[in-house]
Each structure stands twice: as structure tokens, then as C-alpha cells.
Design a protein. Structure first.
Length: 297
């Protein structure tokens, strides 16, 4: 990733990505990615439409570091979760089994504000030079009040637009149900990929709802020994979803608990027993999503 690319901004799926600040800005809200997640995202954006191998991602994001495959999987899952708040109905990252990942949406590279500002200054100087050469002083003076009124009008419009966007955002924040989905637990190594896929599918389907939104998994990966009240106090989380996959009488038992974040008391729970060779992750997640939506919304 060269320095020139790092200074550019990217536009994709209706939002802007600013590498220098790590900020992702949509039409009504903005968020900030952590440095590792941002580097993974940039590699995918720079290779839009192409399959980026896991080896390439490891080389460009964790160069000269030893990390597990699970670190990359969790990273991509985090990115999907966070960006899903800006584009909930759009599939952004495609998983190519045994190969890597691909960014699906078209990507446009935008000039940095510094470049745009420099070009605007050059244009303004050229216009002033032309005016000095071609236009009489009285004509230039005539246009100054108009320019001032126009500038004031634009400034007022931008201020009103900002206030309106804040009001809309504040309203939606009030209506939003904040949920933390903890990593699906399993004791069997052979079930790890199933747990991750199931977790991703739960997020995807719940994000398609009107008002349920997830906290980033980074908020609960710090090993806090009072995790539930911490999420409730610091991030206004209302519900915690915890799940488990285990073997029960030759079947896989998938269970979900819905926990009140303020009290850490299990509000409700459900489970499904299913044969390992008949698992459809999307259908499995859908059954739990119906249960959770009835309890949360």
C-alpha cells in the first residue's frame, strides 16, 4: 500500500473511506475503523472485483508477524458488521472458500481535500488574473457584494443541513436497539468454522431489520471481567446475545440466550437440535432471528 493511495479517499457503496483518519462516512452517520481492520479494508478496496488471497492479506496487513487464520476471519467479520450499519442491504465482501475475499461494490478513488483545495486556489487565481486583464475595476467592484451574499447563503445552507442531519441521526439513535453478539462458543475444533459462519449469518439477518444494530466485537474483546454492565454503561447496550454449539445425542445442539445487558440475567433462550449433515446455516440462523426479533423489537 503506497503513500499516495493512503492519502486518497475511496467512495464505494454510498460511503467515503478516509485512510488518513480511519473514518467511514455515510450520508447520515460516520464511524471509525481500528487500524488493523482499516488496513484489511484498504487492501480489499484497492483490489476491487479481484480475489485477494489470505496470504496476500497476511503479507500486507501483518507483515513479518505470526498471526492465526482466525484473526483474519474475525477481522473480516468485524468489517462486515460495522459497514453493515452504513449499507445494511448490500453484500460488500464475498468469501471465496479456500482462496480469500473479494470486494463486490464498485470503488472510486477520490482526491484528497488538500489536492482539491490547491486546485480551487489555482482556479481562483486564474480568474482574478483574467478579471484584472479584461474587466474594468468598476465591474469587478460590482460583483463583490453578490459574491459575498452568495457565500453567506451557502454557509447558511450548510449549517441548516448539518443541524437537520444531526436531528435525523439523533432520532434514529433514540429508536435504535443496541445489541452485542458474543462469539458463538464451541468446544469442538471441527465446529469452529460453523460457529463463525453462523455468527456472521445472525448478524447479517438481524442487520436487515429496521432498528436492531450491533456493537462492534472490539467493544467486548478486551477481557473485561464485568463485561455485561460495561457494555450497558459505556455503549448503552440493551441486549447481549450469547450462543453455543455442542454435540448432544449424535446431533448438533445450537442454543441462543438473550441476556439483559444491565442485569446479566437471561431473559429468554431457545435451542435447535439438528443433524450435522443437514445444516443450512442461512435457514438455521433464520429460525433464531425470528425468535430474537419477537423478543427484542
Amino acid at each position: 500500500m503506497n503513500s499516495k493511495q493512503n492519502n486518497n479517499r475511496f467512495f464505494t457503496a454510498g460511503f467515503n473511506v478516509c485512510p488518513s483518519s480511519g473514518q467511514i462516512r455515510g450520508t447520515e452517520k460516520a464511524m471509525r475503523l481500528g487500524p488493523v481492520n482499516l488496513r484489511v479494508l484498504l487492501v480489499l478496496l484497492e483490489n476491487q472485483g479481484q480475489v485477494v488471497s489470505r496470504a496476500k492479506l497476511f503479507d500486507q496487513v501483518w507483515k513479518n508477524q505470526v498471526v492465526s487464520d482466525d484473526s483474519l476471519t474475525r477481522c473480516v467479520s468485524d468489517i462486515r458488521l460495522q459497514l453493515g450499519e452504513l449499507a445494511p442491504d448490500t453484500k460488500l465482501i464475498e468469501t471465496i472458500p479456500k482462496r480469500g475475499y473479494r470486494w463486490l461494490e464498485k470503488v472510486s478513488v477520490l482526491q484528497t481535500p488538500e489536492i482539491v483545495k490547491s486546485e480551487e486556489l489555482q482556479l481562483e487565481k486564474a480568474q482574478q488574473k483574467d478579471a484584472q486583464q479584461d474587466g474594468p475595476p468598476s465591474q469587478k467592484s460590482k460583483w463583490k457584494p453578490i459574491a459575498l451574499w452568495t457565500g453567506s447563503g451557502i454557509a447558511s445552507f450548510l449549517l441548516l443541513s448539518t443541524v437537520a442531519l444531526w436531528s435525523v441521526s439523533h432520532y434514529f439513535d433514540q429508536a435504535m436497539v443496541r445489541v452485542a453478539l458474543l462469539p458463538i462458543q464451541t468446544a469442538e475444533q471441527s465446529h469452529q468454522n460453523l460457529a463463525i459462519d453462523f455468527e456472521d449469518e445472525l448478524r447479517r439477518q438481524l442487520l436487515s431489520t429496521t432498528n436492531i444494530r450491533f456493537l462492534s466485537s472490539r467493544t467486548h474483546n478486551e477481557g473485561n471481567n464485568k463485561l455485561y454492565p460495561y457494555l450497558s454503561r459505556e455503549f448503552a447496550a440493551q441486549w447481549i446475545i450469547e450462543g453455543r454449539i455442542r454435540v448432544h445425542k449424535d446431533l448438533l445442539r445450537v442454543s441462543i440466550n438473550l441476556v439483559d445487558a444491565r442485569t446479566a440475567i437471561v431473559h429468554d433462550s431457545t435451542r435447535i437440535d439438528i443433524s450435522a449433515d443437514k445444516i443450512d446455516v442461512e435457514s438455521l440462523a433464520n429460525g433464531f432471528v425470528v425468535f430474537l426479533k419477537n423478543k427484542i423489537e
